[in-house]
Design a protein around this ligand. Structure first.
Ligand SMILES: Cc1cc2nc3c(=O)[nH]c(=O)nc-3n(C[C@H](O)[C@H](O)[C@H](O)COP(=O)(O)OP(=O)(O)OC[C@H]3O[C@@H](n4cnc5c(N)ncnc54)[C@H](O)[C@@H]3O)c2cc1C
Ligand SMILES: Nc1c(O)cccc1C(=O)O
Length: 497
């Protein structure tokens, strides 16, 4: 089939009935549910972009294996232009959502592509796992599927490993093997957008200990597989808030969910890893599951940071406060943050690494540096927006007030900004800013940037340890050697005199 349209994506949603729980009710029709309607629409637009003649060649390509047109997220980069092609789809999808939707289809499609291109890693442990991963990639690519993922154990007792939790099956683990496949039980989080996806892929960040064998798992399933329960967090939008009052929150909310597997059958051909602590711990670093998606997260994160920066600048300008040095200083800092990320991304792509397989990946140090910086750059952008908008952020009336003729004069006189900014302009701008920096929606976006890539502190520690292991420290050695040149100390003595 190759690239789907938005309508085809929505048809697939309508045909499915996953077990979704939301605010104490079982959702009987995901497609028609008010909470999911708008996000479904936003995802459908991305699928339609693949058919837009002005974008198609930028974000899709003809698959060598099938001759069909597929998304660039499925491209295995073999030359620098492929890396650029992949970036183009990340960029276009992120621009269409202002970088606010982190788990658009391109994100996990890169993860699956990475599993495919690193299938040799799996083959070392079990050739069937490698074949399964490769076939799964083809299935996702050729049907243009939208995946969610759940790679984190629920936060029960983080000081204990999976097999040490009070209940054997709190964390997702294998119960038994059957001729058809594995039976799995327990929970995983934090499956963003899961109710409106086609399939789920489950694997883990490293951290397994001996004894955790049953939890060392990786597999994929259709989202409506019997026994798979999706427990949504409280929605931030009820689907009825207007686009005028909440221009971002009403459109881009990504539902997060806990997945509970109640003795779910995973067919053997969907198992990518099982019962092997070493393989599970090495999967993320050795199968490119960090370095390849980080290209998508870097591009998307940059666009989100640029958007927040631009909103902060427009807020400051609208009320004439960017004539002040302190405000210019804060806004200059945000622009420099965004420029730093933009430069790092460029370096990561230009100084790409070539793997032994011949595949190209963005350079590790700069791409990983982006991941280390975004968890502080983005919250800072939001803080600056709050500081500059100050009390005005809490003064916005509603669309109802704006459209009531009796209030029209007040709206223009008291809500207008500096000369040239009407009351209506300023109200709309401040509502946009409040969605980002005040609403629960905006707080989730901030939490996302802090944690989407795992614990930022442990991630930075891993980065440092890698750096230390691979860096030569030649300058320090050179400086030490010079000071040991015979007679060097005598020269110093002479110079002192
Ligand atoms: C909005 C959002 C969307 C997300 N979407 C997804 C998704 O779609 N799929 C998915 O799988 N995951 C998703 N994640 C989950 C994300 O991967 C995790 O939040 C992240 O890995 C951190 O894990 P945790 O939340 O369990 O925090 P924890 O690991 O429980 O950490 C909690 C705190 O304890 C500290 N801590 C915990 N353990 C240690 C330790 N061993 N050493 C030192 N300090 C420790 C941490 O520093 C942190 O401050 C999402 C997260 C967010 C916030
Ligand atoms: N955050 C990630 C995720 O959820 C899956 C795969 C990779 C990452 C990452 O940031 O490296």
């Amino acid at each position: 089939m190759g690239i789907r349209t938005g309508a085809q994506y929505m048809e697939a949603l309508k045909a499915r009935q996953p077990e979704v729980w939301l605010s104490g009710r079982k959702v009987t029709n995901v497609y028609e549910d008010v909470v999911f309607k708008q996000p479904i629409h936003e995802i459908a637009k991305l699928y339609d972009m693949q058919h837009d003649p002005s974008l198609q060649d930028r974000i899709t390509h003809i698959c060598e294996e099938t001759g069909e047109r597929v998304n660039n997220a499925f491209l295995v980069p073999k030359k620098p232009e492929h890396l650029q092609a992949r970036r183009q789809v990340f960029e276009e999808f992120a621009k269409a959502t202002f970088g606010l939707m982190g788990r658009t289809p391109d994100f996990l499609n890169v993860v699956v592509t990475s599993l495919y291109s690193n299938a040799d890693f799996l083959a070392k442990y079990n050739p069937e796992w490698a074949e399964n991963a490769k076939n799964y990639y083809r299935h996702v690519r050729d049907n243009d599927l939208f995946l969610t993922h759940a790679i984190i154990n629920p936060q029960n007792d983080r000081s204990k490993t999976s097999h040490e939790q009070q209940d054997t099956f709190t964390h997702l683990g294998a119960v038994k093997e059957t001729p058809e496949g594995l039976i799995v039980r327990g929970a995983k989080m934090l499956a963003t957008l899961s109710p409106i996806t086609d399939e789920v892929i489950v694997y883990s960040f490293p951290g397994f200990k001996p004894g955790d064998e049953r939890y060392a798992l990786a597999f994929a399933l259709p989202i409506d597989t019997p026994g798979l329960r999706i427990l949504c967090r409280e929605p931030m939008q009820d689907g009825t808030r207007s686009v005028a009052d909440h221009p971002l929150a009403s459109r881009f909310e990504e539902m997060d969910a806990l997945l509970v597997f109640n003795d779910v059958l995973v067919p053997w051909d969907r198992v990518f890893l099982y019962n092997n602590v070493e393989a599970a711990n090495l999967l993320y670093p050795k199968a490119g599951l960090g370095q390849q998606p980080s290209h998508q997260t870097g591009v998307r994160g940059l666009i989100k940071l640029q958007f927040a920066t631009d909103v902060a600048i427009r807020v400051a300008d609208s009320i004439g406060v960017d004539v002040y040095l302190n405000v210019q200083n804060d806004l200059g800092e945000l622009v420099q943050s965004a420029e730093s990320v933009r430069a790092l991304l460029r370096v990561a792509e230009l100084e790409y690494e070539t793997l032994p397989s011949g595949d190209l990946v963005p350079a590790y140090n700069p791409i990983e540096t982006i991941r280390g910086l975004l968890p502080t750059f983005y919250p800072r952008a939001i803080e600056v927006m709050q500081i500059i908008g100050a009390g005005g952020l809490l003064m916005s009336p509603t669309e109802g007030d704006l459209t009531n003729p009796e209030l029209a004069e007040d709206m223009e006189r008291y809500y207008g900004g500096r000369e040239g900014i009407s009351g209506t302009d300023r109200i709309h701008l401040f509502k946009l800013a409040w969605d980002l920096c005040g609403e629960a929606f905006g707080q989730r976006l901030l939490q996302y940037e802090r944690y989407y890539t795992g614990d930022p502190i442990r991630k930075k520690a891993i980065f440092y340890n890698n750096y230390k292991k691979t860096h030569s420290f030649a300058m320090v050695d050179e400086a030490l050697n010079v000071s040991r040149i015979p007679g060097a100390n005598e020269t110093e003595e002479l110079l002192k005199r």
